[in-house]
Design a protein around this ligand. Structure first.
Ligand SMILES: Nc1ncnc2c1ncn2[C@@H]1O[C@H](COP(=O)(O)OP(=O)(O)OP(=O)(O)O)[C@@H](O)[C@H]1O
Ligand SMILES: [Mg+2]
Length: 264
């Protein structure tokens, strides 16, 4: 930190820059076809598009899990399409991830699940006694931040879906992520819990000054909980604009031709 005033969010350089990204799996058709994307510190970007439009593939490309055919992907200083093995591990340690199914270890305690977020730094650690007091303190602070410190000792599988997703968010924060990705984080939650979890993600983006990219299937959730919306259609960016400038009608072309508009 310097004594100078922090530049505004918009003025700060992007932490993620994707340019002309093309992705094809196993020599098949392009599933991303010339995608551009920038994610700035502190902003929450909702990624929309119907099933198969390429949302998960775009997210995977940011952590080196997608087969890049051409174009460039830069994330937190890493040139993702041209990484060596050791760098790939460090990139993945710098990117916090949250998934639809939470991906917790159900039989372990909530606290231990959060602590596993620290394994990205430390390499393999003995789960029984390998975490430092400082890690434990930090994990408890994060559980407090997501509002479920009182559940720390319970088995993760005993928690509700919304609680489990908050544990997963705390685990991602344990990595001190420079970027956060959430692929349909509320698809398994009811509307009220969806708002709670998305509020939390947006608050984390603002408070920690990190970009959060969150894919969603429900337009009203995207319109309420994002600063910007990027919409994919058949692997191309059809919409990219500040959320305040968009309406449900303007986003409808993303779903043109789908049998069922929107999701259940
Ligand atoms: N591992 C893979 N191997 C081959 N094809 C894949 C693979 N993963 C995704 N695809 C294909 O890439 C396209 C985009 O899939 P992707 O999962 O990125 O879409 P999505 O927008 O996340 O969809 P959904 O909303 O259903 O999660 C689809 O046609 C899909 O079948
Ligand atoms: Mg997907």
């Amino acid at each position: 930190m310097t004594a100078n005033a922090e530049p505004t969010t918009a003025a700060r350089p992007p932490l993620v820059t994707v340019q002309g990204l093309k992705v094809a799996y196993d020599g098949g058709p392009l599933v991303l076809d010339g995608v551009h994307l920038e994610l700035h510190p502190g902003e929450t970007v909702a990624l929309l598009g119907s099933s198969g439009s390429g949302k998960s593939t775009l997210m995977r490309s940011l952590t080196g899990f997608a087969p890049v055919t051409s174009g460039s992907v830069h994330v937190a200083g890493y040139d993702v399409a041209n990484l060596r093995r050791g760098e790939l591990r460090r990139l993945r340690a710098d990117v916090g991830q949250v998934f639809q199914q939470f991906n917790l270890v159900g039989r372990l305690s909530v606290l231990t699940n959060v602590l596993t977020g620290a394994l990205h730094d430390a390499g393999p650690v003995n789960l029984a006694g390998g975490f430092s007091a400082a890690h434990r303190r930090r994990a408890m602070e994060l559980l407090d931040r997501v509002g479920i410190a009182y559940k720390a000792k319970e088995q993760a599988r005993s928690l509700s879906g919304g609680q489990q997703q908050r544990v997963a968010i705390a685990r991602a924060l344990m990595q001190n992520p420079k970027v956060m990705l959430a692929d349909e984080p509320v698809a398994s939650l009811d509307p009220k819990l969806s708002h709670t979890v998305l509020d939390l993600l947006q608050r984390i983006a603002r408070e920690d000054g990190i970009p959060v990219l969150v894919s969603l299937h429900v337009l009203p959730l995207a319109l309420r909980h994002s600063d910007r919306i990027v919409g994919l259609r058949h692997g191309e960016v059809l919409v990219s604009a500040p959320t305040a400038q968009l309406s449900t009608e303007q986003l409808a072309p993303l779903y043109d031709g789908d049998d069922e508009e929107g999701e259940d």
